[in-house]
Design a binder for this molecule. Structure first.
Ligand SMILES: C[S@@+](CC[C@H](N)C(=O)[O-])C[C@H]1O[C@@H](n2cnc3c(N)ncnc32)[C@H](O)[C@@H]1O
Length: 386
């Protein structure tokens, strides 16, 4: 959920990707590249009067620009805020950052800002002229792009994140000296939501750190909506002996395992796809998803905690709070703490000694429907993991 940055398509000769690829390799060498920026409509009008769907145009343009030195095409970018404003997604929250070709927001746009990449200026200028003359593309600019160290730039974008009371979330390339006191948790920000930079994750880590001494470490932990696995790994680093990470998006399962291994807790963490596969009563249940999903999951989540155990819920907006509080109370969980940051809230509950059991482990149709809806707001975040 949450933060995505650019969602874009890049194609290279003979291929047209519907999945996102990183444009960086085109500009990673030591020579500058030249970029022709052009606006491309959903259908492109040819000189004959015929029209071509944009996707077909991006394939045909390799032939049209043959001999110009065309090296790659950036077929357009959209970020999650724009996608939401354009009505392409229900929510500005993006739940995962894994590849999702079926959620093609770029293709759904009436106009896209495309970029055509060249090795030299003459090629770029020749191609721009052909794009205007032959297909009536609106060329916005021709610009020179200086070579850039994309690896260094990506590393710079992921500074160590200090979580008060908890410790520091680091990327694998940070050194021993990075970060401060407390738990050191390493997450590779490649795949799966949860690098520690988003308030929802940070609040959950603070909530874990704030568990009263009698409850820390929680020995058995359930992390529902695990993303990168960050919360479950945090619990393991603070002493949990068994962690189950439930993540509906199977594309990030390997990343969860890799992150667990990076922290030397791989032998204590198991990955599952559905809450239905989890039966044991846990000391600590954590779920950082979104309000409506957490409302629908109230009874299944409470049932997977032990009487007297703790539930930490993240990903809540103000408008979710009243309903979340009400359904968890009626499911047998009493609120014991709340945290807020940047418009996000995280609630901690204590499970009563005898929570209502009748519907306890039922995974209702509404849960599945909401879960599907919540992941449907995901997209391919090329650089956007958090
Ligand atoms: C906001 S991310 C949280 C990631 C991580 N736990 C953190 O705190 O940063 C929510 C995650 O929940 C997953 N998710 C959404 N609905 C789910 C469901 N019903 N069951 C399991 N995972 C779900 C999404 O795929 C996504 O990875």
């Amino acid at each position: 959920m949450l933060v995505a940055s650019g969602f874009f398509h890049v194609s290279t000769p003979g291929t047209r990707s519907s999945a996102a690829m990183d444009a960086a390799p085109l500009a990673a060498g030591s020579d500058p590249v030249w970029v022709v920026a052009a606006i491309v409509a959903e259908r492109v009008v040819l000189p004959t009067g015929e029209t071509l769907p944009r996707a077909d145009f991006f394939e045909a343009v390799w032939e049209l620009l043959d001999g110009t030195g065309l090296a790659g095409i950036h077929e357009g970018t959209i970020d999650v805020g724009e996608a939401h404003a354009a009505g392409l997604v229900e929510s500005p929250l993006v739940i995962d950052a894994a590849a999702a070709p079926e959620r093609d927001w770029v293709a759904d746009r009436a106009l896209v800002d495309a970029e055509f990449w060249f090795g030299d200026e003459a090629g770029a200028r020749g191609a721009a002229a052909r794009l205007v003359r032959c297909v009536g593309c609106a060329v916005a600019e021709i610009r020179r792009v200086e070579p850039r160290d994309w690896v260094a730039a990506a590393h710079a974008a992921h500074a160590p994140v200090v979580i008060p009371g908890f410790g520091t979330v680091l990327a694998p390339w940070h050194t021993e000296r990075s970060g401060g006191e407390g738990t050191r948790l390493v997450v590779d920000p490649g795949t799966g939501f949860g690098t520690g930079s988003h308030p929802t994750t940070r609040l959950c880590l603070e909530a874990i750190a704030a568990l009263p001494p009698g409850e820390a470490p929680a020995r058995t932990v359930l992390d529902v909506g695990a993303g990168s696995g960050i919360l479950g790994i945090a619990a393991a680093l603070r002493g949990a002996v068994s962690v189950t990470a439930v993540e509906i998006d199977v594309r990030v399962h390997d990343a969860i395992r890799r992150n667990a291994a990076l922290n030397d807790v791989g032998d204590r963490l198991t990955v599952a796809t559905s809450l239905d596969d989890v039966t044991a009563a846990h000391d600590l249940v954590m779920a950082n998803i979104v309000g409506p999903v957490l409302v629908a999951m109230a009874r299944p989540l409470v049932a997977r905690g032990r009487p007297g155990g703790t539930i930490v819920l993240g990903g809540l907006r103000d408008l979710d709070l009243a309903e979340v509080r009400a359904v968890y109370r009626s499911a047998g969980a009493e609120e014991v703490a709340s945290r807020e940051s940047e418009g996000w809230s995280c609630l901690t509950f204590r499970i009563a000694a005898g929570p209502p059991a009748a519907e306890s482990c039922r995974s209702s149709a509404s849960v599945s429907a909401l879960a599907t809806r919540s992941t449907a707001t995901s997209g391919t975040a090329a650089s956007a993991n958090r």
